[in-house]
Design a protein. Structure first.
Length: 369
């Protein structure tokens, strides 16, 4: 899909673009929705056998969102931490749930490589595109549904949801940019976020809020409110692309029982750094090096889960740094450590001392500032 000049100009000026009807809802998106439903049911079966066998009867007949919040309750709100360990770079955020199987979502992986999506991204990167494994899943239930999940957590587990980072996936998302998760020296590399609804999205059901033009500021001081913020409502099949440096948030889901389900993927030009060290980036399109394209979801999740296992066992490694010189050292260390996909299967703690030293240097500079 070639963007019109007006669309390209709008993106450059505003930092985001809503593109209508990119995907076929049934052909492109339904398999991913069904995959979420299936894995939620599988996980719920394991969790109910472990903690809540009395919930088993009639569970399969419950609406999708009820099944989800029951699962959320039985994981004490930490379901998304298990689904997205690659988002949680700090040791206090890394929380692989040992009582659940490793994540395997082949349809989600295939959606990140969807031809229609990559054709849109070519407008920004040309035919050389790399995806970050920093894929974000947002499922925003109504408050009434969340209360059911909280009640389940209190009754069958330790108490109410406590992980504030995981909660961002299923409650209101505060003002932020997606660049803040990147290593500091990579943030000037253009990164495009592909915000992909798997349901219709309305203001009342927790839509995306953006601050037009905010992507031009590289030193954000986030506010509590942005009077010029725009809500973006969209239909199933639409796509929102935005600059990773764009300030954005979400509205609150004020419906009685509706929910919003979206996934978003992050991309850079092949050969530039995503800044998401610790989990594998993967080439999704390359005209000059087609052999570098990773097409097998089984291999991708093998690499991803090997990385997650490594950092779950060695949580002292901090991936991100706000200090430029330390950030460059981290980038160099990772480039030496990971030269090909299979290197993710051979991670060893021999370089952990280097990361500790870099982190201590950054902390010392911060303390003196």
């Amino acid at each position: 899909m070639k963007l019109a000049k007006e669309q390209s100009d709008e993106f450059d000026e505003q930092g985001f673009l809503l593109i209508k009807g990119v995907f076929d809802p049934m052909e492109d998106l339904a398999p991913c929705r069904q995959e979420f439903s299936d894995i939620f049911d599988s996980y719920a079966h394991l969790l109910m056998n472990k903690w809540a066998p009395d919930l088993t009867e009639g569970f399969a007949d419950r609406p999708f969102i009820e099944r989800f919040v029951i699962l959320l309750g039985l994981t004490e709100g930490d379901l998304f931490v298990h689904f997205e360990p690659q988002l949680h770079f700090r040791p206090d955020r890394l929380c692989k749930l040992s009582y659940l199987p490793d994540v395997f979502l082949p349809e989600l992986f295939c959606l990140s490589k969807n031809t229609k999506l990559l054709d849109v991204l070519e407008n920004f990167f040309g035919p050389e595109i790399t995806a970050s494994s920093n894929t974000h899943i947002n499922l925003k239930p109504a408050q009434q549904s969340l209360e059911l999940g909280s009640d389940i957590s209190c009754k069958y587990r330790k108490g109410k949801f406590s992980n504030q980072y995981s909660a961002l996936n299923f409650t209101k998302t505060r003002w932020h940019t997606d660049s803040i998760t990147r290593n500091a020296d990579s943030r000037t590399n253009r990164m495009i976020v592909a915000w992909t609804p798997l349901t219709d999205v309305f203001k009342e059901s927790s839509c995306l809020l953006v601050v037009p033009g905010s992507h031009k500021d590289m030193n954000h001081q986030f506010k509590d409110d942005y009077p010029n913020a725009l809500p973006i409502e969209c239909s199933l099949g639409d796509l929102v692309v935005f600059d990773a440096n764009l300030v954005h948030a979400s509205t609150v889901n004020t419906t009685d029982s509706d929910y919003r389900l979206t996934v978003n993927f992050r991309y850079v030009r092949r050969g530039t750094m995503t800044g998401h060290y610790g989990t594998p980036d993967y080439v999704v399109r390359s005209k000059s090096a087609p052999d570098q394209v990773l097409s097998d979801p089984h291999l991708y999740y093998q690499y991803l889960n090997a990385a997650v296992d490594f950092f779950h066992k060695h949580p002292t490694t901090r991936i991100r740094s706000g200090r430029p010189e330390q950030a460059k050292k981290i980038s160099k260390a990772w480039q030496e450590k990971i030269r090909c996909y299979d290197d993710w299967l051979n991670l060893k703690p021999d370089r952990l001392s280097l990361f500790k030293k870099i982190r201590q240097e950054a902390k010392s500079l911060f303390d003196r500032a």
